[in-house]
Design a protein around this ligand. Structure first.
Ligand code: COI
Length: 354
């Protein structure tokens, strides 16, 4: 980290901690007392502030609202066994944030603003980091275009914000998912690899339809043939086929997930063979039917490691192995959690103690 930045701190008059029920934490609804904001104008980031969480005044003409220049990240801070607070793999999220920024014609956020913003926010809201197993403080970096201008071009002004929300896992049970073959999440040459608002916006209608049909989530397939599995939109997908960890390779249509990468590294270290390649719908469905596919799970920061219990394809529901019997994903999930919570050595240097 470079020099210490000048961050203006304005404390909330009253903390909401005492009126927050930490046993009831739906994902993304309860925000900590403060947020971090920085503004980009005339080619520079200025006005770095930690201030009480709340509305930001803005023009209804800002270009993020009209043309979708908006990107975000998802990260987590964990309260470790010794009381330290650690942010997991911040370098990967920082790198991906700026990759998204580049694709969306937005300015890069300097690493010292990203890191010192997180450190300052967690310092002031440290009591918001949950102390329960499986819980963490979810950190949501977001950047959006703020030019009040209706012409179509990259904005000149941006706001970068950090929000934090104490949370448990995004999903609370094994997922019933549908392989989507009509709509697509992303296409070649598009923005699928960027964590940008539009990727989520375009998934909402098909997702709402799937919810009505009783599914928890969709499995997106490639836009050309719908024969290959891509990701789940809220998470990457990992399968165990013939004892090997098999996951769709990262392409321009698939988000390069941090949890996915972490699991691959942990699996390799545990001596499990890993294949990153195109994964066909056919082999997944046949694998369920002939017993070669023994495990399937969603992997993401919010989703953590969530088993997939049932997969529907072309109107037929396929039931996978009982999640309680799945030793590979359970073992990896435990190792991952032990590292995050400081219960196992951090051999990869993933924990940033803030
Ligand atoms: C995350 O895992 O952090 C995500 O951003 C997924 C989210 C859209 C729920």
């Amino acid at each position: 980290m470079n020099e210490t930045l000048d961050i203006t701190i304005t404390k909330a008059d009253q903390s909401r901690l005492t009126v927050t029920d930490f046993s009831q934490l739906p994902f993304g609804k309860v925000f900590s007392d403060h947020m971090f904001i920085a503004e980009y104008e005339d080619g520079a980031w200025t006005n770095l502030q930690v201030l009480p969480y709340g509305p930001i005044p803005m023009s209804p003409a800002i270009s993020a609202l009209h043309y979708g220049q908006a990107i975000f990240e998802g990260m987590k801070a964990y309260r470790q066994a010794d009381g330290n607070i650690s942010v997991f793999r911040a370098d990967k999220n920082f790198e991906r944030f700026n990759k998204s920024a580049q694709r969306m014609a937005m300015p890069a956020i300097p690493e010292d603003i990203f890191r010192q913003g997180i450190a300052a926010l967690i310092d002031i809201d440290k009591n918001w980091v949950p102390n329960q197993d499986g819980y963490s403080l979810y950190i949501r970096p977001v950047m959006f275009a703020t030019d009040p201008y209706l012409g179509v071009r990259a904005s000149d002004k941006y706001t970068f914000a950090l929000l934090t929300t104490p949370t448990g896992p995004y999903y609370s049970k094994a997922l019933k998912v549908k392989i989507e073959t009509e709509f697509t999440r992303a296409d070649e040459g598009g923005v699928g690899y960027a964590k940008t608002a539009g990727n989520y916006a375009r998934s909402l209608h098909p997702f709402a339809e799937a919810l009505k049909e009783g599914f928890d989530q969709l499995i997106w397939t490639d836009a050309v043939s719908h024969e290959f599995i891509e990701e789940a939109g809220t998470a990457n997908l990992i399968f165990v086929i013939d004892g090997k960890l098999v996951t769709p390779s990262i392409r321009s249509t698939v988000l390069d997930g941090v949890t996915r990468d972490t699991i691959i590294q942990l699996a390799k270290k545990a001596g499990i063979e890993v294949e990153e390649r195109r994964v066909s719908v056919k082999e997944v469905i046949e694998g369920i039917e002939n017993g070669k596919l023994t495990d399937a799970f969603a992997a993401g920061t919010a989703a953590t490691v969530t088993p997939i219990g049932e997969i529907s394809y072309e109107g037929k529901l396929h039931t996978l192995t009982d999640p309680a019997t799945r030793t590979i994903s359970a073992g990896i999930a435990k190792t991952l959690n032990d590292i995050r919570y400081g219960l196992a050595p951090d051999e990869f240097g993933w924990n940033w103690i803030v």
